[in-house]
Design a protein around this ligand. Structure first.
Ligand code: SF4
Length: 409
């Protein structure tokens, strides 16, 4: 198994370039007195910020970089030492810990001194409260405003009341953002960004859905890397150019019958966060098991079908409330069932991430209910998105191996 390697996608080179350009631009903007930088949560109101001319930076993406480069675990204790519990989001603790230590992966990757200093931090609590606490720490540190949207949680059907409340909050922060941006919101520009973001979302959906083909041209582990532009550049034409290139490459793979996992025997669904510091090891293990993890809740969380330039505020409110993470367990169960059917999955992996209860859906009997309903097996494993002290590598390896063996074939 030592010589097995995930098949690289050529488009990765283009992605590296556009992600590099993104960080270099954010750095340049933070040093330019005529420009403004906004930090935004990953499912925050990025479209509004772009429309107001902010350069938008996403700390969750930075925290995932800390995880993927395996630096996160080293920095988490620095945040614990100032009172942020080891049990809360390890994106938060890794990111603040790294900042306290004066470290960032941007130093090695792009020769930048540090993260771009924000003029404002903008959150949406649709995913969790941790993002607000996280941004509030930086807000206090730099003495800059922290603005946000307080979202609903555990939503069943998304109603008019939900939309009106969230759209109202977005409207309410707009004058404050305009004052920081030094310009009025141009509604036509806003519609244009929402249109581009809708297109990013459409292309990202199409990209992920190439994995409905047998054999799949793409794995969940590829998806976690190639989702970068959908998260940090949605609403900008460069993201759409990128996904057109990636789709071209994946379509060519499908035409030629090129599989991401040679000899694909099994197809699995992944629920929960990735383990950023173990992406490669897990990808290689599944190659050896001739099993493709074809779909996930996580990668699909940046598909925003509701975005509509005709109603930019309301459609953003809907898109950011219809999200999986915002919904109740009945909705989540139906969603995962639909995904497993669409992607022809014969098993489900549930990641119970120690520091992210918000993305760990295995804790209240859902795996058991789905297994009974669908007649497909599952495995739950304990791990974490960033804190590698929370994962027992050997135990998880053995769990995956035994699970695939149970699938037979
Ligand atoms: S959803 Fe989980 S991983 Fe994401 S910011 Fe919140 S606690 Fe952290």
């Amino acid at each position: 198994m030592a010589d097995l390697k995930p098949k690289p996608l050529e488009s990765a080179k283009l992605m590296k370039k556009i992600m590099a350009d993104h960080f270099l631009e954010a750095d340049a903007a933070s040093k330019d007195p005529t420009r403004r930088v906004a930090w935004c949560t990953s499912v925050g109101p990025a479209e509004l910020l772009h429309a107001l001319g902010f350069v938008v930076y996403f700390p969750e993406n930075h925290a995932a970089m800390l995880g993927a480069t395996r630096q996160a675990t080293d920095y988490i204790p620095a945040a614990n030492a100032i009172g942020y519990s080891p049990d809360i989001c390890s994106y938060l603790t890794a990111d603040i810990g790294a900042f306290l230590k004066g470290k960032t992966p941007l130093q090695d990757a792009y020769k930048l001194e540090g993260v771009p200093r924000p003029d404002v931090l903008v959150y949406n609590t649709n995913q969790c409260r941790d993002v607000k606490d996280w941004f509030s720490w930086y807000g206090r540190h730099w003495g800059v405003p922290v603005l946000g949207v307080e979202s609903f949680r555990g939503v069943g059907a998304v109603t008019r009341e939900h939309i009106d409340s969230i759209a109202g909050q977005l409207r309410a922060i707009t004058p404050k953002l305009e004052a920081i941006a030094g310009r009025k919101l141009d509604i036509d520009r806003f519609r244009e960004v929402v249109r581009e973001s809708r297109e990013t979302s459409r292309l990202w959906r199409e990209t992920l859905e190439t994995a409905t083909h047998r054999p799949s041209p793409l794995t969940f582990f590829d998806g976690t890397i190639h989702m970068g532009p959908a998260v940090v550049l949605r609403g900008l034409p460069v993201a759409n150019e990128y996904y057109r290139a990636l789709l071209g490459e994946l379509s060519a793979r499908i035409e030629k019958g090129v599989a991401a996992v040679d000899g694909e025997r099994h197809r699995l669904y992944w629920d929960g966060m990735p383990v950023w510091g173990r992406l490669r090891e897990m990808a290689v293990q599944f190659l050896g098991l001739r099993t493709c993890v074809v779909a996930s809740t996580y990668c699909s969380s940046w598909i925003f079908d509701a975005l509509d330039p005709a109603e930019p505020f309301e459609s953003m409110a809907r898109a950011y409330t219809e999200l999986f993470i915002v919904r109740d367990d009945e909705y989540k169960q139906r969603y995962i069932r639909r995904m497993c059917e669409q992607f022809h999955c014969d098993g489900i992996i549930w990641h119970d991430a120690k520091t992210c209860p918000n993305n760990s859906n295995n804790r209240y009997g859902m795996p058991e209910r789905l297994a009974k309903e669908m007649g497909i097996p599952f495995v739950s494993f304990n791990g974490d998105l960033n804190d590698l002290r929370c994962i027992s590598d050997e135990q998880v390896r053995t769990q995956f191996e035994a699970f695939v063996e149970q699938l037979g074939g």
